[in-house]
Design a protein around this ligand. Structure first.
Ligand SMILES: Nc1nc2c(c(=O)[nH]1)N[C@H]1C(S)=C(S)[C@@H](COP(=O)(O)OP(=O)(O)OC[C@H]3O[C@@H](n4cnc5c(N)ncnc54)[C@H](O)[C@@H]3O)O[C@H]1N2
Ligand code: MOO
Length: 421
């Protein structure tokens, strides 16, 4: 069955009261008795689940933020011709000069060779005529208008105010090496050197689905409703990790709607992050939908607090789905555990880990799960900031990192997961 067939099949059977399929894949990364995988293992699986995206030729408008996959060469010399560096007169021979023509911006070079004693009025950037010795700016020129012609005079040393072809950059020269980031300035440089497309390492695109009938996108939530806190959080987090935030949609509860939304994102996203619907409630459809789509579930639950219902799956065709629990702090924890490592894996830039520090205060550890504790770095170690219950982003907003407190931890340095500044 193709993915499209599976999606059609899943849609037509979504309302049937079939229990979710528990296939072999689904249990691959749960331990004995379905125990969730250790937090460290989950991160490693997410990093290793992907290969770096292959280089692609992107138009300049989409290449910003990517890295060059090959050196950037000048397709054209800069400047392309010998051009005027000032508005004035291109002159030949000694002063005075009879004005014999005019070349404004965008016009072709003056035809013929400029004879000594003649001049062509010229705009900055316009090609200087053959035979021109220098450019005399208007401000330095004395003009005398006669009936038949205009004459100009002034002091114009040889070569003055002419930018020579290739003076700034010769055609074919390498101006940026492979791997250089395409900053706004680099994009301008590439355009100036004649490029329309660039071969780049593309940014992984993460499509976002925010699920839940109770979730509202604006204003104050009414009774039984909650304001979406995860949709606004994800784009910056994704971009901070080096990815590109793709389309974000709200999806009502229901298998058919979620199936359709995942299918729609398949066209444009490398990774699909689904917030909510990850747990065991009647409206938590993510697992059954993935099962019907034939997804390979790589991580099904992680031994971490908060965020244990998170999951990682691979759709037929290779796209990843990351299930983020609906509780916002749990969603953040899951994004740091599964989503960002996958994004970095697609970029070919696995995270450099290793920041470890003491905790300035003791925190309770969990008997079997890793705890992610919101902290601020300080001279006396990482200080827990509190307010980090699963449903609230308050603590994480006060924090600059999450401390990784292993199961049964009794003291000693802990790893810090940085948060975007
Ligand atoms: N029987 C069980 N129930 C629950 C379990 C469990 O193991 N067994 N796990 C709990 C944990 S832990 C979490 S976390 C949540 C995860 O739930 P879902 O991913 O299915 O998400 P929802 O049920 O839709 O929502 C949970 C909670 O979060 C609020 N929410 C949802 N989306 C958003 C959003 N975009 N912005 C802000 N808040 C959101 C939602 O209203 C709920 O309050 O399951 C527990 N239950
Ligand atoms: O993922 Mo849940 O806290 O652990 O809220």
């Amino acid at each position: 069955m193709t993915v499209a067939d599976r999606i059609r099949y899943a849609e037509t059977t979504a309302s049937a009261a079939t229990p979710p399929r528990r296939d072999g894949h689904g249990d691959r990364h749960r331990g004995l008795h379905g125990a969730p995988v250790p937090w460290d293992t989950a991160r490693r699986i997410a990093t290793q689940a992907v290969r770096p995206l292959p280089p692609a030729d992107l138009p300049l408008s989409l290449a910003g933020g990517c890295r060059l996959a090959q050196p950037l060469r000048a397709l054209v010399a800069l400047p392309r011709d010998d051009v005027a560096a000032m508005d004035g007169y291109a002159v030949a021979g000694p002063s005075p000069w009879r004005v014999v023509g005019r070349v404004l911006a965008g016009q072709p070079r003056h035809r013929g060779t400029l004879a000594p004693g003649t001049a062509v009025e010229i705009a900055t950037g316009a090609p200087v005529p053959e035979g021109a010795d220098s450019v005399l700016p208007y401000e330095a020129a004395s003009e005398r208008r006669g009936l038949a012609a205009t004459e100009v005079s002034g002091d114009s040393p040889y070569g003055r105010h002419i930018r020579r072809r290739g003076e700034e950059c010769a055609e074919g020269s390498v101006v940026l090496g492979a791997g250089a980031p395409l900053t706004p300035v680099a994009l301008g440089l590439a355009a100036g050197l004649g490029h329309d497309t660039l071969r780049v390492h593309p940014l992984p695109v993460v499509g976002v689905l925010i699920t839940g009938d109770e979730v509202v996108g604006a204003g104050l939530p009414g009774e039984g409703r909650v304001r979406d806190a995860v949709g606004p959080l994800l784009p910056g987090l994704i971009e901070w990790a080096g990815g590109r935030a793709g389309e974000s949609r709200w999806v009502p509860d229901g298998e058919a709607a979620l199936t359709r939304a995942i299918a729609a994102h398949c066209g444009s996203a490398d990774v699909i992050a689904v917030c909510g619907a990850s747990s065991k409630g009647r409206a938590d459809h993510l697992r059954p939908v993935l099962s019907r789509l034939g997804a390979d579930v790589l991580v099904d639950g992680v031994a971490v607090r908060p965020g244990h219902p998170q999951l990682l799956a691979r759709l037929p065709g290779g796209r990843l789905v990351v299930g983020l629990p609906g509780n916002p702090y749990a969603a953040l924890a899951a994004a740091l555990t599964l989503l960002l490592p996958a994004v970095r894996g697609l970029l070919g830039r696995p995270e450099c880990r290793g920041e470890r520090t003491a905790l300035a205060e003791t925190v309770p550890s969990h008997p079997s799960d890793t705890r992610l504790v919101a902290v601020r770095r300080s001279a006396r170690g990482a200080v827990p900031v509190g307010h980090d219950r699963p449903g609230s982003l308050w603590g994480a907003a006060l924090a600059d990192a999450l401390a990784v407190v292993p199961p049964r931890w009794e003291g000693g340095p802990v790893e810090l997961l940085a948060l975007p500044a």
